[in-house]
Design a protein around this ligand. Structure first.
Ligand code: SAH
Ligand code: SF4
Ligand code: F3S
Length: 463
């Protein structure tokens, strides 16, 4: 038996990073690592980083400053702390991290996580290691062993099906940090999904940087698109809910749109980022669709699945964005009426085409636009939540609630829901009545037995 060591992974960025952190932890289980509750007691600390905006990337260096103190304190006690940087900042700025932060022992790009046990050994024997391999194929193939998610008994799990991006939006670092689009084979995905179902997972969210670009051979031949894969996962016993994220409008094919009507397990929530409502800006962003294309897609999705909750991402202050361009975004948001949205000030990223442009928008103007957009988005979110008051819906409970005697879970529309209930509800889908709606969560009372499950898709918001 290997000695027991403690591991702490701090995760930044997107759900793919959350998934990857889990797989890194799994990979290190074989080297004797168990998870620590805090970095203070860890023998190995890994920062799983995000490079998407400047603010996200800067966090790495401030975290490393804190870890430097911890590391030297431990050294005074005669114990070693290994510090690693993984994720998208590692991929983008690996060399620079090693130069700027002597405290760092290892740097690992997102496609190299399967090498972690071997690299950990090398570091332990005194090396500083940097590893930034492409492609993703080997990573997934070799990270299939232990799965420690079982120990935590989650009700809802992420499952990466696709990684990387070939779209090259002119503002975005992802194609550089995550590499070319790669789809995991369906057999491998279904094997992981079956394992999760066996561990008690009720809800699976298929993940990809461009998840709807997923394609592959079917389990029994033929060519599959994401809709086929969703159908196959939905058919697994125990899987009651499915979601997928994040999609690109260009890859919203007919079969996927139809799946929203045909698959009761597919939850009525779609996150389909549009970024801007201005055709001029969409073109400059290289999104390869216009506002009208996007609106037509949503119209079809809404026809396939009436009552579906829609979400998007927006960037304000992309280079050259005029008042009129920004107003087009506001108009689009008003037209769609989103249940939820994320919005960001454009952040110039080194190495991306948009960062080179000489018509950057003034920071103060970006802030002003962001505030206006967020006011609108928040009002829409509150209205969507308020429309749920008095309605019944099925909630998948998965954790203790805010107050004692409460449980919390997710509605079909991904809203956080709190209800007076005992811990026996964990892992169950229960019918609730919404009694109060806030901007970020709903309060509910139990309205029926936990057995409602598959019928939940028929419960709609009809407003
Ligand atoms: N693959 C997804 C999302 C990728 S990143 C997609 O294609 O939509 C998540 C979000 O971060 C993006 O949707 C975008 O809104 C935002 N984002 C990406 N790069 C950014 C930048 N340079 N500045 C500000 N926001 C950015
Ligand atoms: Fe980035 Fe565009 Fe790819 Fe999304 S589609 S990851 S925004 S390049
Ligand atoms: Fe960030 Fe990389 Fe995800 S840049 S958003 S962690 S793909």
């Amino acid at each position: 038996m290997p000695v027991s060591r403690k591991l702490f992974i701090k995760t930044f960025g997107c759900q793919m990073n959350v998934y990857d952190s889990g797989r890194m932890s799994d990979a290190l289980a074989a080297s004797g690592y168990v998870e620590a509750a805090s970095p203070d007691e860890a023998d190995l600390v890994i920062l799983n980083t995000c490079h998407i905006r400047e603010k996200a990337a800067e966090k790495v260096f401030s975290e490393l400053g804190r870890l430097r103190l911890l590391k030297s304190r431990r050294l005074e006690e005669g114990r070693r702390m290994i510090i690693g940087v993984a994720g998208c900042v590692a991929q983008a700025q690996g060399e620079e991290i090693l130069d700027r932060a002597p405290v760092v022992d290892l740097v690992l790009g997102p496609q190299a996580y399967h090498k972690l046990p071997e690299i950990e050994q090398r570091v332990r024997s005194g090396e500083r290691v940097i590893e930034m391999d492409f492609p993703a194929e080997e990573k997934f193939e070799r990270l299939r062993g232990v799965d420690r998610r079982a120990a935590a008994a989650p009700v809802s799990a992420f499952l990466a099906v696709q990684e990387g991006c070939d779209k090259f939006c002119t503002f975005c670092v992802v194609p550089y940090t995550r590499g070319a689009e790669y789809s995991r084979p369906s057999g491998q995905i279904l094997e992981e999904a079956r394992k999760l179902a066996g561990q008690g997972v009720r809800e699976i969210t298929l993940l990809g940087q461009n998840v709807n670009a997923w394609s592959g051979g079917g389990e029994h031949g033929g060519n599959w698109r994401l809709a086929d894969l969703l159908g196959a996962v939905a058919a697994l016993p125990g899987i009651e809910r499915l979601r997928y994220t994040t999609s690109h409008p260009r890859d919203m094919d007919d079969s996927l749109i139809e799946a929203h009507g045909a698959l009761p397990q597919l939850m009525p929530y779609l996150h389909l980022p549009v970024q801007s409502g201005s055709d001029r800006i969409l073109q400059a962003m290289n999104r390869r669709h216009n506002a009208e294309d996007y609106l037509r897609i949503l119209e079809r999705v809404r026809r396939a699945r009436p009552g579906i909750a829609l979400a998007s991402d927006f960037i304000v202050g992309f280079p050259g964005e005029t008042d009129a361009d920004f107003e087009a975004t506001m108009d689009l948001v008003r037209e769609v009426n989103y249940a939820q949205s994320y919005s960001f000030k454009y952040s110039p990223r080194p190495g991306t085409p948009a960062a080179e442009r000489d018509d950057q928008v003034d920071e103060a103007l970006k802030a002003e636009r962001l505030e206006r957009l967020q006011t609108l988005i928040n009002a829409q979110q509150l209205a969507f939540n308020a429309a749920c008051e008095g309605r019944e819906m099925a909630v998948l409970f998965d954790r203790p609630g805010r107050r004692p005697g409460q449980m919390a879970g997710r509605s079909p529309y991904l809203q956080a829901v709190h209800a007076e209930a005992g811990p026996e509800l964990a892992g169950q889908v229960a019918r609730v009545r919404i009694v109060n709606a806030g901007a970020n969560s709903l309060t509910a009372e139990l309205a029926g037995p936990a057995a409602a499950t598959r019928k939940e898709a028929e419960l709609e918001i009809r407003s």
